[in-house]
Structure formats: structure tokens, C-alpha cells
Design a protein around this ligand. Sequence first.
Ligand code: GTP
Ligand code: MG
Length: 274
Amino acid sequence: MTSEDILLSDSSQLRIVLIGKVGAGKTSVMNTFLRSSEENEKPVSCGTEPHQVQIAGRSVVLVDTPGLCSTEQTDEEVMKEIERRVSLAVPGPHVFLFVLNCLDRFTEEEQDMVKMIKTTFGEHVTDYTVVLFTCGDELKRDGKLIEDFIKDSRALRGFVGECKGGHHVFDNRNQDPSQVTELLQKISIMVQTNGGKCYTADSKDKGARLKKRIAVTTGSSAVAGAAVGGLVSHFVGSPLGAALGATAGGVVGATVGGAGILAVEHAKHQCMIQ
Ligand SMILES: Nc1nc2c(ncn2[C@@H]2O[C@H](COP(=O)(O)OP(=O)(O)OP(=O)(O)O)[C@@H](O)[C@H]2O)c(=O)[nH]1
Ligand SMILES: [Mg+2]
């Protein structure tokens, strides 16, 4: 099966979250997607709400986020808002596009940003990540290849190597939609490699911590049950976790753990591409 077949054979929804440093080009990337959509959507100046469009016969949901390393807000404040926006991509994004301007060096600031993203979303977030370089036009003008740019920095090489979806380059000043369809093909291959699953916070790190927390609450009341379920629902964007947790807690505290884990399993199931 060619990569094009994979893209065309999968007509289900693809949820994309744009993440990165302030001014990296996230909103411009969103607009490049919107321009190449079948609806030919108008550009936005800031994507506070998710946008759903059709591209290459496929429903694509785009979620923009505010930039990290801002001078106006602390990274903690920005990260809270990023988490909120990620929760809008229910039941979870298939891919995080980590947007990097290829004119910027991958300094300690960028490396710290990667660490913060891993701390927030778990180390496994890179299984669901494509590094998307913007300013491909500038690179071309300078007669450089993105591979050389990546090779020049050990840290960047390491990070791109960790990201299961690899890398891609956008020229946001270019109207050619092929850069978008090529990226969608790369994402489709990554999603297939992930068994069709989208990102959920419970997958590994947070899941282990969550299950541990559920275990210690065993024997607690309905309040504890609701809290655990609410935590699950926060990460998966489903009220089911809260309902299950509350119900289980009300009946008997000892079943709280089971209900929470059930909610996690339900979330995993919901994430599978149909
Ligand atoms: N030449 C060129 N400029 C670009 C490209 N992509 C983005 N820019 C420019 O980079 C600047 C920042 O782009 P934005 O899309 O606003 O960046 P952002 O990441 O959304 O910024 P914040 O929302 O403030 O974090 C703008 O002036 C864009 O026009 C590109 O591919 N080529
Ligand atoms: Mg923006």
C-alpha cells in the first residue's frame, strides 16, 4: 500500500494540535491548512476555537495554541491554556505538530520547551509528534536543505529522531496545497504505525500515575470517585469518567479504582480510528 493509498483509504477524522514557541508560525500553518481546504476557508488571526475542514476528502480538525516562551505570560499560564485547547480535540489529537521556525537555532530555550511539553503530556507525546519547520521559503532562498539544518544541531537531530512522525517543511507564503497533502500522508503513516490510536494522557506515564492514585483512593467516598473520574474526563474530554467515578464511589468506595480504570479503557477505545 502506498502512502497515498493510506491517506485516501482512511476517511475518518484527523485531529491536529499546533504547538510551539511564540512566533514559530503556528497560526500561519493553520491558515495554510485552511487555504488548502475544500471550503477554501478564510485565514484567521488567532485560532482560539478548533476549525474543522475537508482536505483531500478527509475531515481535519485543527487546534491552534498560544506560543510558549512568551514575554507576556509565564510558561505555566500558557501551558494551562494549551492543555485546555488540547482537551478540545476530543477524544484526543492524532498528532501534535511541533512548529519550529527553521531560521531559529534549537537553543536551550527550545530544548527546555520540549522538556516542558514532555512533562505536561508525558514522554510518549513524541509518538504522536511531527516536527513542522516553517519558513521553507527562506531556507530555499539560502539554498539550504532542512536535513542539513537538522544535522547541524545534535539536540535537534535527537529530538527529530524521537518524533515518530518525523519532520516536514512548510512555506506558509506558498499557496501550493501539495505541501499540506504530503504532510497529511506523513501523519497518516504515523497514525497507522500507532495502530490508529490518538494521543491520550493515560497511555503510559500519566496512566500509571492515575492508576496509582485510583488505587490509593480505594475505599473512599463518592466524592473521591467523582474526583478520579473527573481527572480522567479532563484528559480525555469525556464526562463519562466523572459519571462512572461518582456512581462507583456512591455505591461502594472500593470500586472506585475499577471505575476509573474502566473510564481509561473506554477513552482508549474511543480514540481508535473507526
Ligand atoms: N517568510 C515566512 N514567514 C512566515 C512563515 N510562517 C510564518 N511566517 C511569519 O512569522 C510570523 C509569526 O507567524 P505566526 O503564524 O503569527 O506565529 P505564531 O506561532 O502563531 O505566533 P504566536 O501565536 O504569537 O505564538 C508572521 O510574521 C508570519 O508572517 C513562512 O513559512 N515563511
Ligand atoms: Mg498564533
